[in-house]
Design a protein around this ligand. Structure first.
Ligand SMILES: [Zn+2]
Length: 427
């Protein structure tokens, strides 16, 4: 479905998220705030911003990406000019913290869960690693990376950090903040008991894909520490135990009504639990990660898509998160990869041609990944081999045509671009 409108739109949304512009900002910038209740307003966008008004000043929950933040500020300013007493950060992703400088006033308290500090340091510590991967996953040129800030060099805007729970009252409205790790270790949920409203960041919504939602990314291809599935499950239970009537998330539309909230969040939680437990069962029975990636499928009864995150990537994320890199093969103990002997295999085959031929046959048999592996073998022998590059391009195009996941599509496009570049320079 590579060229369908829906995938193109989803790709645009993710591309926009990645470069800090929302789909709305790119095509349909919101011109007014959405009134959730008399005191809660939402600036919708690639990263939703919420304002809660009280007689003693306002509370802002999340601030969007830097490029989108001015519009969110403008449309919420039209609702209220009350002093910003608190900024609450559901987590430290760039599409939630970019607008902090716009909202911060003298005396504004900025509250985050304590893991925010390490999460932000982690992102900045490895910016040189993440930046090109972020660009590659969206098949766009890499952004320049600044000088290394050091291991603990992130700018931490939070003035208040808490471990499990924090609460305050402003203008008669009580706010309760709970640690709810999930998409990130620093995720928090804001609960306003008087309005029975929970702000849950990205723990349900992912990238704002409409219902039915996609299975979440327990691992992201751009690179991340494994997201502990059991913590995520527990955090959804924490939200459900509050019995909210309104759930507001970092992306996408509000969910109203406890029955509907319970239905959606329970389904999402149980899907994570199912995949997690299948991985654990498989690990305990001695199955390797590739076997589990092939075997574990999400039952259709969950009614979740894999448009944002493939279950098999999460299977591997959970497996590797528990076990690390060693696969029990003694050959893996040493810094000599399998590819070190690829050129020898090509020589053994009598040169590149029979191996390329085999790759093309695999492709004809509907085995594009095997075809890709075989082109890797030839390209280790001769990185400019035209026939191997051509076969590789065919295999990538084959996969891209069948792809229904737009993150996967981004990486396939990246591979196609790189292969075409090599074909061009080999000419
Ligand atoms: Zn987000």
């Amino acid at each position: 479905m590579s060229r369908t409108v829906s995938v193109a739109l989803l790709l645009l949304l993710l591309l926009c998220l990645a470069i800090g512009i929302t789909a709305r900002a790119a095509g349909q910038t919101a011109t007014s705030a959405v009134k959730i209740s008399d005191s809660i307003f939402m600036a919708p966008g690639g990263g939703n911003v919420y304002m809660i008004t009280t007689p003693k000043g306002n509370v802002i929950i999340d601030t969007a990406a830097a490029a989108q933040a001015p519009n969110a500020k403008k449309i919420l300013d039209a609702v209220s000019h009350g002093a910003v007493k608190y900024i609450l950060l559901t987590h430290g992703h760039a599409d939630h913290i970019g607008g902090i400088p716009l909202w911060k006033e003298p005396g504004t308290q900025i509250i985050a869960q304590r893991n925010y500090v390490e999460f932000r340091n982690y992102v900045d510590r490895l910016e040189g690693f993440f930046s090109p991967r972020n660009a590659a996953g969206f098949n766009r040129p890499p952004q320049p990376v600044g000088p290394w800030p050091g291991n603990y060099g992130a700018n931490i805007e939070a003035t208040v950090l808490f471990d499990e729970k924090y609460e305050f009252t402003l203008g008669g409205t009580k706010f309760e903040l709970f640690s709810t790790p999930g998409e990130t270790p620093d995720h928090l949920t804001v609960w306003i008991p008087a309005y029975k409203t929970a702000f849950i960041g990205d723990n349900y919504d992912g990238a704002g894909i409409p219902e039915p939602k996609s299975f979440p990314a327990i691992y992201t291809l751009r690179g991340t520490r494994p997201r502990p599935a059991l913590d995520w499950i527990k955090s959804i239970d924490t939200v459900l135990a509050l019995k909210p009537e309104v759930v507001l998330s970092g992306h996408g539309d509000p969910i109203f009504g406890n029955q509907e909230i319970t239905r959606r969040l329970t389904r999402f939680r149980d899907a994570i639990q199912y995949v997690h437990d299948e991985v654990v069962k498989g690990m305990n029975s001695g199955k390797d990660v590739y076997t589990l990636m092939q075997e574990i499928k999400l039952p259709a009864s969950f009614n979740l898509t894999e448009s944002f995150a493939n279950v098999s990537w999460s299977v591997r994320g959970i497996y590797d998160g528990y076990a690390g890199w060693f696969d029990t093969n003694p050959a893996s103990l040493y810094p000599v990869p399998p590819s070190s002997v690829y050129p020898d295999l090509v020589r053994l085959a009598g040169g590149p041609d029979p191996v390329v031929q085999l790759a093309l046959e695999k492709l004809k048999d509907g085995k594009p990944v095997e075809a890709l592996h075989l082109t890797d073998v030839v390209l280790a022998y001769d990185q400019k081999n035209m026939a191997a590059l051509g076969a590789r391009l065919k295999a990538l195009n084959y996969l891209e045509e069948k792809c229904e996941n737009f993150i996967e599509e981004g990486w396939l496009q990246y591979g196609i671009t790189k292969t075409k570049e090599k074909l061009g320079s080999a000419n």
